[in-house]
Design a protein around this ligand. Structure first.
Ligand SMILES: [Zn+2]
Length: 288
């Protein structure tokens, strides 16, 4: 089995010249694994950021990369490569090889060993990066606004506020124009010391607080980036942002912009489910 795919998206790369290492069926489509890729795959274990799109050119033929998923195969060759949700081991198991699988509709034929050119759609990528940076920051802004609702000490976020976002989040979806996060306000959160009393009536106040913080963070145009512990797709990666309120560092496998100013104007709206058990935060970006 080939070594782990080397990834260049953490540094913001969009193109690569590389070698095709293997092909694998992905449903009724075709997966292509290269030695190196700038493509960011969707993470099946936490599918917040959609996969990059773009083209893979081999033998003069430009194939549309419709999707990009993670593939894995045991290092000892005891099983074939599996992809996405079919991967049965814990993410980044060191006894397995980890790959980025470019999914194309047309059968590329026997291309293993061929040279290939990879090109990520720059507009789609930039939108997702801005959406992801915004999503990280609105989570921190939400923590800040909810800080007074905690009656017991819990783990703090990078800016020193109780980490509601981490403790309660159940689902996060990022798009170029915004993000939607779902939070569970259940018994276990209450037991940890979170009070949801009068939350429904205070939502407009919370929204205004989050929007004001976001306006400030976007205006200060703080440095943003991704650090990675290694060159492979399996490496731990960290999102960082040098806000005037503090330096933020959180584990994150996604892509990000380089300055908070690239996010643009952000408008957050909060809503509660009818039974009050779920808080939904929708953040919309007005494209700058
Ligand atoms: Zn993230």
């Amino acid at each position: 089995m080939p070594e782990n795919t080397l990834v260049t998206f953490p540094a913001g790369e969009l193109t690569a010249e590389t070698t095709i290492r293997l092909t694998v069926p992905v449903g009724d489509r075709h997966g292509i694994v290269c030695a190196t890729t700038p493509f960011h795959p969707i993470d099946h274990t936490w599918p917040d950021q959609p996969a990059d799109q773009g083209t893979l050119t081999v033998g003069g033929q430009a194939l549309a990369v419709e999707d990009c998923v993670i593939g894995a195969a045991p290092r000892d060759g005891s099983a074939p490569i599996s992809t996405g949700d079919d991967i049965e081991v814990r993410r980044d198991d060191p006894d397995w090889n980890w790959y980025v699988v470019h999914v194309v509709a047309a059968d590329p034929g026997a291309v293993t060993g061929e040279r290939a050119g990879l090109e990520v759609d720059p507009v789609w990528r930039h939108g997702l990066s801005a959406g992801h940076t915004m999503c990280e920051l609105v989570g921190l802004a939400l923590n800040r606004e909810l800080a007074g609702r905690w009656t017991k000490p819990v783990k703090d976020d990078a800016l020193g506020h109780p980490d509601f976002d981490k403790l309660a989040i159940t689902r996060s979806r990022i798009q170029p124009t915004g993000s939607v996060d779902h939070y569970r306000l259940g018994k276990s959160l209450r037991r940890k010391g979170f009070s949801a009393d009068r939350l429904a009536t205070e939502l407009p106040e919370l929204e205004a607080g989050i929007n004001a913080v976001m306006e400030r963070w976007v205006a200060e145009d703080a440095t943003v980036g991704v650090e990675t512990e290694g060159p492979g797709v399996d490496a731990m990666r960290t999102f960082y942002c040098e806000l005037s309120d503090g330096a933020v560092r959180v584990p994150c496998g996604g892509t990000h912009v380089t300055r908070t100013g690239e996010i643009g104007f952000t408008q957050v709206s909060l809503s509660l489910s009818d039974d009050g058990s779920e808080l939904r935060m929708e953040a919309a970006r007005q494209l700058p």
